[in-house]
Design a protein around this ligand. Structure first.
Ligand code: SAM
Ligand code: SF4
Length: 468
């Protein structure tokens, strides 16, 4: 395997510096409020400022952080929530990550890579439920070359079941060399997502054995820099919470975000913050388990630290936690999720020997849509930015005045209307129509006229895939 790093690659995570920042920060009400005020002006926070927020632990200050995160989320994203589903393509893996049921030493895991028919079946099932955006997930294995991943992406785009189609395919797979990233980029992917898992070097080395590919901390840390260099300007970072001190991971994520911003003028498109889940054959160590209270704190603090970065909350969490945490700044969730290989067509009980971990939210897409609508969120399947080439630095939402009003809200309305027409249960449809009318009424008159006329084409004329 080619282990070529990016040009001028450096290890930009200094464990001592981060640990010192955490140890030296103590609760400081005045500073916390100053920093919150900066964040409310939609300015990204420095690593030092984020450390000050992490030290706020009294109930009163934590509530202030929650309130600020809620408000900032409304300012930047409104009530839209983008919906996607993960699709596991293959669970063969040459690595041995201690927390994962796909690790190579797990002999009892049933290994499977979807064949062409199975891939078609899974994608068709997802389209039949109403999905438009997928993230394809791969173990790390010589079978899953960049060419193979690119070919899988192209096949997914070709599947058309009924009125369904997948309009955006994201990837979560092992880091590649530059050539590999170029091949995958050319297949038409949206986001390339790689989680560092833990930014803490010693912990990284313990959970990723040295003789494995993933055991190379710097190659992984540098992965998304290579992706950018290869032309992928839409990348997602993440940490697996529960391996080490959650405060350290938050500062690692913010440092990584700044590193990409300083080098490429654009930070990551998304941040993910999964908590470790029980998994087949995995012994969890609770030394660094993140409590629900701390989980809420970390989500709120990340929102404040990186106001324009999308935040992804997955079905690893229960419906109750998802409902609570979503308010603090989440912009994307998965729905109707199955993490078992070929799980979208398996009506029987899930087989844990084919799953990477157990999920906490097993509700269907329609149940989640109804729940969101009832809580006044506007689910969106919009894929327009990436299809119109609106990615990277010049198209970050803050760079374009009126961006949300001109693009995001109308596109959320159109894609939600498509869902309601084609896939929703009666209950979801009637609740959704009321929400849509309310959203349209909030638009300025000129925009409202355009949106209403386009909406008629969807509802009355059966037109699909209308977007701004
Ligand atoms: N194999 C590729 C890699 O490791 O980069 C693709 C990612 S893996 C299939 C998807 C992600 O699942 C990992 O990056 C890890 O953060 C997460 N994961 C693994 N085991 C988990 C567990 N027990 N609970 C929650 N998330 C887990
Ligand atoms: Fe393999 Fe990824 Fe699981 Fe590690 S997390 S064992 S690399 S699938």
């Amino acid at each position: 395997m080619n282990r070529q790093l990016s040009d001028n690659c450096v290890d930009f995570i200094n464990d001592d510096d981060i640990s010192k920042l955490i140890a030296s920060a103590s609760e400081d009400e005045v500073r916390v409020r100053e920093i919150i005020a900066k964040s409310m002006e939609k300015q990204p926070l420095t690593v030092e400022e984020t450390a000050v927020l992490l030290a706020a632990d009294s109930d009163e200050l934590v509530e202030e952080l929650f309130d600020a995160a809620r408000e900032l989320k409304k300012k930047v994203y409104g009530n839209r929530i983008v919906i996607f589903a993960p699709l596991y393509i293959g669970n063969k893996c040459i690595n041995d990550c201690t927390y994962c049921a796909f690790r190579r030493s797990m002999r009892s895991t049933v290994r499977k890579t979807l064949n062409d028919d199975e891939l078609f079946g899974q994608v068709a099932a997802l389209e039949d439920a109403g999905h438009k955006r997928l993230i394809l997930v791969f173990g790390e294995h010589p079978d899953y070359t960049p060419e193979y991943i690119a070919d899988t992406v192209k096949q997914v785009y070709k599947v058309k079941s009924g009125k369904g189609e997948i309009r955006r395919v994201n990837i979560n797979a092992a880091p590649m060399d530059s050539e590999g990233f170029k091949i995958v980029k050319d297949s038409g992917i949206g986001t390339y997502q790689i989680f560092q898992e833990t930014y803490h070097h010693d912990t990284y080395n313990v959970v990723h054995p040295a003789q494995t590919h993933k055991g190379d901390y710097l190659y992984r840390l540098d992965g998304l820099t290579r992706a950018y260099e290869a032309g992928c300007d839409d990348v997602g970072i993440g940490a697996l919470f529960g391996l080490y001190d959650w405060r350290f991971e938050v500062l690692g994520l913010v440092t990584h975000s700044w590193q990409l911003f300083n080098r490429f003028g654009c930070g990551p498109h998304t941040i993910s913050f999964p908590r470790i889940r029980p998994a087949h054959g995995v012994e969890l160590n609770d030394e660094y388990a993140v409590s629900d209270r701390d989980f809420k704190r970390l989500v709120a603090i990340l929102r404040l630290a990186v106001p324009y970065t999308g935040m992804i909350l997955t079905a690893r969490e229960t419906p109750e936690i998802r409902r609570e945490v979503m308010e603090f700044g989440v912009s994307q969730i998965d729905a109707g999720t199955r993490v078992e290989l070929a799980g979208y067509t398996n009506k029987d009980k899930q087989d844990e020997r084919k799953e990477q971990f157990q999920i906490g939210d097993l509700r269907s897409l329609d149940e989640i849509m109804l729940d969101l609508i009832q809580h006044d969120y506007m689910p969106s399947f919009c894929t327009s930015c990436y299809r119109q080439g609106r990615t990277g630095e010049q198209f970050m939402e803050f760079a374009v005045p009126g961006f949300i009003q001109n693009f995001c809200t109308p596109n959320a309305i159109f894609t939600m209307a498509e869902y309601l027409e084609d896939y929703a249960s009666d209950e979801t449809k009637s609740a959704g129509m009321v929400l849509l009318q309310g959203e349209i009424a909030k638009l300025p008159q000129d925009k409202r006229i355009v949106v209403e006329s386009q909406l008629k084409k969807i509802v009355n004329d059966g037109l699909r895939d209308i977007y701004m």
